[in-house]
Design a binder for this molecule. Structure first.
Ligand code: IMP
Length: 205
């Protein structure tokens, strides 16, 4: 596609210290002749996420890893945005789970915040966002943002998935992300949407 830089086969840093994310990104990149290596494996520091948008945070993580390693780097920043909460927890999705990363607590916080404004029409509308940023050591960056729309359900349902999956029911489905088979979730998720855009723009199949 015009205007985008192609990512050539070879080593690519996955700028994340989250093993779940690294595994998912490795699987998605498998068919493209890339050799993913994680920031953790290279001993790279994790920069502070000081951005005010998903894209800004993905970009600062990708650039820091690319510059430190001398290799292209890919970072993901994602979260849940509830319309009636003005997009919260948003970029603070991980932080709502606290030091212990307890998503039962984070999901309850979402529920309690929504109860305060309950009754308003469509107050359960929400979406997941995934920003992907691909950076090169010379400072060039390509950004992509994927979304999946749905509704918040309460109580949490299902044991599969992670994070806020048990309280998110995608539009057009009767079950939550945590009740779905992983392949079904991955086919429609915000991360898959962002990846499709990245593949079309920057990868040679
Ligand atoms: P990040 O590591 O700063 O990008 O934080 C992302 C957070 O958003 C995760 O810790 C999850 O809580 C949440 N999140 C992102 N993607 C998903 C998803 O697919 N399902 C459930 N929660 C998600």
């Amino acid at each position: 596609m015009a205007g985008h830089r192609t990512l050539e086969p070879g080593r690519l840093v996955i700028a994340s210290h989250n093993p779940g994310k690294v595994r998912e990104i490795r699987e998605l990149l498998g068919p493209f002749g890339l050799e993913p290596v994680s920031a953790g494996e290279l001993g790279l520091d994790e920069p502070e996420e000081t951005g005010t948008t998903f894209i800004a945070n993905a970009e600062l993580k990708a650039l820091a890893a690319a510059v430190a390693s001398g290799l292209p780097a890919l970072a993901d920043d994602s979260g849940l945005a509830v319309d009636a909460l003005d997009g919260a927890p948003g970029i603070y999705s991980a932080r709502w789970a606290g030091e212990t990363k307890d998503f039962a607590i984070a999901m309850r916080k979402v529920h309690e915040a929504m109860e305060e404004i309950a009754g308003e029409e469509d107050s359960d509308r929400a979406h997941f966002v995934c920003a992907l940023s691909l950076a090169w050591p010379d400072g060039h960056v390509e950004n992509f943002e994927g979304k999946v729309f749905g509704h918040i359900v309460w109580p949490p349902r299902g044991e599969k998935g992670f994070g806020y999956d048990p309280i998110f029911r995608p539009t057009g489905h009767d079950i939550s992300f945590a009740e779905m088979e992983p392949a079904a979730k991955h086919a429609m998720s915000h991360r898959a949407d962002a990846f499709r855009q990245l593949v079309a723009a920057c990868l040679k199949g």
